[in-house]
Write a protein that binds this ligand. Structure first.
Ligand code: SAH
Ligand code: SF4
Ligand code: F3S
Length: 470
């Protein structure tokens, strides 16, 4: 398909950064203006916050976790489940006191929740002390919006979806020094019936192949040891681009870049997960031996009602191919328990699939109705209490599987990336290519490098080890 998207450069908006820097230099409560950014939700939001921090940094901001000492407080919100929303509203309410103590503080909200009209209406009505609200499509506008909020003293709201444009070149300030997120596409076209994301993030659009490869190269050259390519459905990367490129080709192009690094990606959708992709992983130098492939439900009837476009059999077919081609592959997944109308028998099909695949770990959720999605209108006869019981059963089964999988690694020597210190003296924490955590005694100087570790003990889903010959 021809490219229906426009690619624009962020530099157009740059003069607002300068203006904001000048205003904030005068307005800051301390020597340097400080921002406190709290990010909820998935890695897409984390990556967006890193861009906002990039712009704030260019305005002269420093960063703090303490909202009380900030000149600007921003919550980057998530709408995926009810619980995520409630937390945000609770925390926004608590900011009222800070505003009372420091009236000059600018309070902002952005992210997926801001693309839901019922949310922004409620905010406008109930939280007049919120100065700035913008949605997922206004990142490139942030300097101008921030400037307006600071200088005109009026509430600034900018929401709504523009999913026709991809902005390149927004400054980024990554949280991690050696682990970094790299968005390769935005939005989602899948409309799974339970999910709000297509409404909050708009249609799927891929970044240009050469832009992604260039950014990966820059990250590797500047010392990043782990790069995670991000998208809601990375397997459909390239579908809107003029060049005929696939996600598998993108991965193998990045994999050609020399250096000591590991390449991860998320999230894969089983309907588009090709055998070509698995072959690329199997033959690569840098790609992790971990596949996060959410199946959501083990029942074909429920999968159909979810609009997931694959069957249990097709899912198992990809999994078995991955197990055959990638020795020791580590599999993880997302699961929803209690989708409207799911029966206990259908839930048991999810259990049997888990037993069959033997996942390393799972992200499990109880179904949460999202206003505006088709599933929210489906009859939902089972109570939350019943669903919670099934949920606990699922956790018990998975705990056994994870413990068994981890125990089978005792005695192996694995290569890990050392991520940091633990709260125990002299104990470091690290991660295997399969995304399993390994704690071991070692010197802090090892943080940010790859080492070989011999696994000595399994504690449920965490491993203990000791440094092995390098
Ligand atoms: N694009 C990714 C996932 C995005 S959301 C994918 O398709 O795999 C992350 C996870 O949240 C989903 O995989 C799903 O398991 C869960 N989720 C999404 N909407 C939900 C809802 N309404 N209730 C409960 N869980 C939900
Ligand atoms: Fe949501 Fe489905 Fe898109 Fe994932 S693929 S973001 S679950 S609609
Ligand atoms: Fe949440 Fe938006 Fe991600 S709804 S899960 S932050 S895409």
């Amino acid at each position: 398909m021809a490219n229906q998207f426009e690619y624009k450069s962020f530099t157009d908006d740059n003069h607002y950064i300068q203006l904001c820097a000048e205003v904030m230099a005068i307005r800051a409560r301390a020597e340097q203006p400080m921002a406190c950014i709290r990010t909820y939700g998935c890695q897409q939001n984390v990556a967006d916050s890193e861009k906002i921090k990039g712009m704030l940094f260019e305005m002269g901001f420093g960063f703090t976790d303490n909202a009380d000492e900030a000149d600007f407080i921003l919550f980057n919100t998530c709408a995926v489940r009810e619980h995520a929303e409630d937390r945000v509203f609770g925390n926004v309410g608590a900011l009222k006191n800070i505003k009372r103590r420091h009236p000059s503080v600018i309070i902002g909200l952005c992210g997926c929740m801001m693309e839901q009209k019922h949310v922004t209406d409620r905010l406008y009505r109930s939280f007049p002390f919120v100065n700035l609200v913008f949605g997922t499509h206004s990142l490139h506008h942030f300097p101008e919006l921030f400037y307006n909020a600071v200088t005109y003293g009026k509430r600034v709201y900018e929401t709504g979806i523009d999913d026709k444009t991809v902005y390149e070149g927004i400054p980024t300030r990554r949280d991690g020094q050696f682990k970094g997120w790299l968005p390769i596409m935005y939005g989602c076209n899948n409309f799974c019936t339970y999910c709000i994301v297509p409404y909050t993030r708009g249609r799927e659009r891929s970044r240009r192949f050469e832009d992604v490869v260039r950014e990966a190269r820059t990250m590797i050259e500047s010392g990043y040891k782990e790069i995670t390519l991000l998208g809601q459905n990375v397997n459909s990367y390239g579908k809107n681009l003029e060049e005929n490129v696939t996600f598998a080709q993108l991965l193998s192009e990045i994999d050609k870049i020399d250096g000591d690094y590991i390449l991860r990606f998320m999230t894969s959708h089983p309907k588009d997960c090709s055998k070509e992709l698995i072959d690329v992983i199997a033959g690569s130098r840098h790609i992790s031996t971990h596949l996060h492939l959410p199946f959501q439900s083990g029942s074909n009837r429920v999968l159909k009602a979810m609009n997931r476009s694959y069957t249990r059999e097709k899912y198992l077919d990809i999994i078995n191919y991955a197990k055959e081609k990638i020795p020791g592959v580590s599999l993880t997944s997302d699961i929803i328990v209690g989708f409207p109308g799911e029966t206990y028998e259908e839930f048991c099909e999810t259990l049997s699939l888990i037993r069959e695949v033997e996942f390393t770990s799972l992200f499990t959720f109880i179904y949460s109705p999202r206003e505006g999605t088709p599933a929210a209108k489906m009859p939902d006869p089972y109570t939350h209490e019943e669903k919670s019981k099934w949920f606990s059963e699922l956790l018990r089964v998975q705990e056994e599987i994870a413990a068994k999988r981890c125990a089978s690694m005792v005695g192996q020597t694995v290569r890990v990336l050392v991520e940091g210190k633990t709260d125990k003296d002299g104990i470091l924490t690290s991660r295997t290519s399969g995304n399993i955590i390994v704690d071991f005694p070692g010197d802090e100087a090892l943080v940010g490098s790859f080492v070989n570790v011999k696994i000595t003990k399994a504690r449920n889903w965490i491993l203990n080890g000791e440094l092995a010959d390098q």
